[in-house]
Design a protein around this ligand. Structure first.
Ligand code: KG4
Ligand code: ZN
Length: 347
């Protein structure tokens, strides 16, 4: 079964052709990062306009890569939420148009479900061993799930305020590094001293698996304000030290929570780290060490592309949600965008 998948929940127009729930035959992305960069974050109206401009040519690019005509596809999958309302609207409308043109089923996919299963992209499915613990960290989400099977997913912890990715992005904005901030903070961190500034480590009460990042973000704001000399940019080394200190705190927070969860659920076979922030090599290394200590392997997406928002994870996860489970396929030819969709309601 081949699926044409769309992902337009935020600022990337992505289309993929996937097969059998793990083979990625083609993938094309039009990144909008440059267009949003001057604003230091995503401008929803601009994002929607760019999606509507680029979706059709992105489909052609993905099909070209897969060396397949549109008619060779058996279903269309699309991110229906959560995400930006107007961005989702473009993707769901585009997907509905193609599904109707081909006369094939249209499969709505939950964005976080896609991230949680993103390790299956380009990987033999038998390498995914249940139950696994999944840490999903992106620009909008920071969650820890216990994944018992393709459709039995329990949320163990979530952020009570900001997502970790947002903390990276806002730090980059405060330091004038650009957008998206995560990769830039990681680059600067490599040149800085992780012990330079004692930023708070928000661990909440001792049994909690939840997260909180607004205090950390606020502490960075106060630090930057205190170090700033009016009319002068911060020295590059100071920026690097702030980034390294943030990176160090993130490592402590994530390894502490993940180790806590692994000790609480000894039946867990693997640790998965997914979502845009999982592209961060320093965090990967810290989690690898924590997982090894608990005797489980760490799995991260096969390519950097599958960490950040992508359509391959949407096509692959649609396979496991709909086809593998033998559920009746949706008969409706349209998908309603659901900007605040909860994962429980999807499973
Ligand atoms: O999953 P994603 O592409 O989109 C959302 O669903 O939000 O995640 C984007 C987030 C952004 O906050 C970006 O700064 C962060 O992932 N990110 C990183 C890195 N690469 C992307 N954060 C830290 N280190 C990175 N290398
Ligand atoms: Zn995402």
């Amino acid at each position: 079964m081949r699926i044409l998948a769309f992902e337009t929940s935020c600022d990337d127009t992505a289309v993929a052709v996937t097969e059998a729930g793990h083979r990625v035959l083609g993938h094309a992305t039009v990144s909008q990062a440059q267009s949003h960069s001057p604003y230091g974050g995503v401008v929803p109206e601009l994002a929607a306009r760019l999606h509507s401009l680029h979706w059709r040519s992105t489909v052609d690019l993905a099909l070209q890569q897969a060396s397949l005509p549109l008619e060779a596809l058996d279903a269309v999958a699309v991110t229906a939420g959560p995400g930006l309302q107007t961005s989702l609207l473009i993707g769901t409308t585009a997907a509905a148009v193609i599904a109707q043109q081909l006369g094939v089923p249209l499969l709505p996919v939950h964005h976080i479900y896609g991230h949680i299963l993103s390790n299956v992209c380009n990987r033999p499915p038998e390498e995914i061993v249940f139950p696994f613990l999944c840490l999903t960290v992106s620009g909008g989400h920071t969650q820890l799930h216990l994944v018992r099977s393709w459709r039995s997913i329990i949320c163990l912890g979530t952020t009570l305020d900001d997502a970790a990715g947002e903390c990276y992005d806002k730090t980059a904005k405060m330091l004038g590094l650009g957008y998206p901030g995560g990769p830039l903070v990681e680059q600067y961190a490599a040149l800085g001293d992780p012990q330079a500034y004692a930023l708070p480590t928000m661990l909440l009460e001792s049994s909690s698996l939840d997260y909180s990042f607004s205090g950390l973000k606020g502490a960075i704001y106060r630090l930057v304000t205190a170090l700033q000399v009016p009319g002068e940019p911060l020295p590059e080394q100071t920026k690097a030290d702030i980034c390294a200190s943030l990176q160090h705190r993130m490592q402590t927070i994530f390894t502490t929570k993940v180790t806590r969860a692994l000790e609480r659920f000894p039946e867990v076979q693997q640790l998965h780290f997914v979502g845009g922030v999982s592209a961060n090599k320093g965090l990967q290394a810290a989690l690898q060490e924590g997982a090894l200590h608990c005797g489980v392997p760490l799995l991260t997406p096969k390519k950097m592309l599958y960490c950040t928002d992508n359509a391959a994870m949407i096509g692959c996860s649609a396979h496991w949600r709909y086809l593998h489970e033998g559920l009746p396929l949706p008969a409706t030819p349209t998908v309603q965008p659901l900007p605040r969709w909860e994962l429980d309601k999807y499973l």
